[in-house]
Design a protein around this ligand. Structure first.
Ligand code: 5CA
Length: 437
């Protein structure tokens, strides 16, 4: 992208309405703009991050055999009356009527719709187990939307749903999903910890939240550093092996991890002090096993091996995709701006042309831009070098290729690594090789 013709409206001043660093930086870097309370437009650079996170989530869901689909944002009230959640959900649910006076709602989650879709089509235990998921906008009319995309009213969620013939199968899928989550978050540079959780309005008797540490988190959390050292890769655990999944789940639940609601000081004291990790936590995912809660209330049954109908066992599994953008920034920034982990960066590199109009600088910059293509943001604006440096640091590209008149004359560029601040002078070819283009 050429910055001179891009909608990346960076701000020098800190917006007064933003209370936490990720919200401030997302506004200042021109990633998002608020369009109504708790509702945001994703501008081009922000949308790129959202897409990269979405893609990692998708790849890890596909890797455990979950099927991607897309359900609508708008749902009929009727479905929610069947499960009994229509009244119970309260004011968080946005309800409205169409021209025929039919009651509709903007979906806050999709358990009812998934149960209905399976009820319409799946008749026999032979068609199970299955996992489906979609990545779709949700609406929850939060009383106090705050912290930008961290607690929005409209937000992007990956929600998956498993359907099994018995409790053992459901528990297996629950563990498989937990493994997929650990891999997903690690690929984004995050150390997420699963913590036993209450099930709230989703219901059920087995539930974990996935929490990452950040000073602005909504709850106090405590965990053993052991979680940070575990290898979650396919080499360590095979997601298709029940024995591996059991070993994995045991590992996840045998080390200490708790939010303040469930914290047990006696257990905490038993951990070596240098292994205690304590701080504020952000919930980036939440998984639930709720058995037959929806299949029973909505009359979804299938024929068993003996021909007798029974209600399948279900679970649901959420990741806050848009919240993750804020959470990653909370975990990775400095006073100059965002420091994107490579796998989620909107652009791999920025090319800073320090003297637009100078034939050597223009020629070299264009050559680099042609080589990097869509993975680069080319700062071709007629601006002072100081402005370009500040914006590149603010936007947090993993690499900056600085093209100045002195270096360009001798065919050299400067390469800066955002995370470490290291700079070196190189030929353009060597710079491209270093950033892995
Ligand atoms: N049906 C289940 C699982 S699919 C469910 O809705 N779970 S949830 O309520 O815990 O939401 C899943 C994830 O969405 C949360 O872990 C959180 O990361 C994200 N999330 C929830 N509410 C918001 C919000 N208001 N703004 C941004 N992200 C949110």
């Amino acid at each position: 992208m050429r910055l001179s013709r891009s909608l990346v409206p960076t701000l020098k001043e800190t917006p007064a309405e933003a209370q936490i660093v990720s919200h401030r930086l997302m506004l200042r870097a021109g990633l998002i703009r608020q369009t109504a309370a708790g509702i945001y437009a994703w501008l081009p650079a922000g949308f790129r991050v959202l897409q990269r996170i979405t893609q990692i989530v998708r790849e890890e869901q596909d890797a455990i055999g979950a099927q991607e689909m897309l359900m609508p944002t708008i749902q009929p009230a009727e479905l929610w009356r069947e499960s009994g959640r229509y009244e119970g959900y309260g004011k968080e649910m946005l309800r409205f009527r169409d021209r025929h006076d039919r009651e509709l709602l903007y979906g806050p989650t999709n358990e009812e719709m998934v149960t209905d879709l399976f009820r319409q089509s799946v008749r026999s235990y032979r068609e199970l187990p299955q996992i489906v998921y979609h990545i779709q906008w949700k609406f929850r009319d939060e009383v106090r939307p705050r912290f930008g995309v961290m607690r929005g009213r409209e937000f992007l969620m990956k929600d998956a749903y498993s359907v099994d013939i018995d409790r053992d199968g459901a528990v297996l899928n629950y563990r498989k999903m937990m493994l997929a989550y650990m891999r997903t978050f690690r690929r984004m540079g995050l150390s997420a910890i699963p913590m036993a959780a209450d099930t709230g309005p989703i219901g059920g008797d087995l539930s974990h939240e996935f929490i990452i540490l950040a000073p602005t988190g909504e709850s106090e959390v405590f965990y053993d550093a052991a979680f940070e050292e575990i290898d979650y890769s396919p080499a360590a655990f095979d997601a298709t092996s029940a024995a591996d999944l059991e070993r994995f789940f045991h590992l996840m639940t045998s080390h200490y991890a708790a939010t303040d609601e469930k914290h047990d000081p006696a257990q905490w004291e038993k951990i070596a002090p240098e292994r205690r990790r304590q701080g504020r936590g952000i919930e980036v995912g939440h998984i639930f096993y709720f058995g037959t809660k929806y299949s029973a209330s909505m009359g979804f049954s299938v024929a068993g091996p003996d021909g007798k109908p029974f209600h399948p066992e279900m679970g649901s599994y959420g990741i806050g995709v848009s919240r993750l953008v804020g959470a990653i920034i909370e975990a990775s920034h400095d006073e100059a701006g965002i420091i994107w982990p490579d796998p989620v960066a909107p652009f791999r590199a920025a090319i800073l042309n320090l003297k637009v109009g100078d034939p050597a600088c223009d020629g070299l910059s264009e050559r680099l831009y042609a080589a990097l293509g869509a993975s680069a943001l080319y700062d071709d604006r007629d601006e002072r070098p100081g402005v370009k440096f500040a914006d590149a640091d603010l936007l947090g590209h993993p690499w900056q290729i600085i093209v100045g008149p002195r270096g360009a004359a001798s065919g050299k560029v400067e390469l800066k690594r955002r995370a470490s601040g290291e700079r070196e002078e190189l030929s353009p070819e060597a710079a491209l090789a270093r950033i892995g283009a």
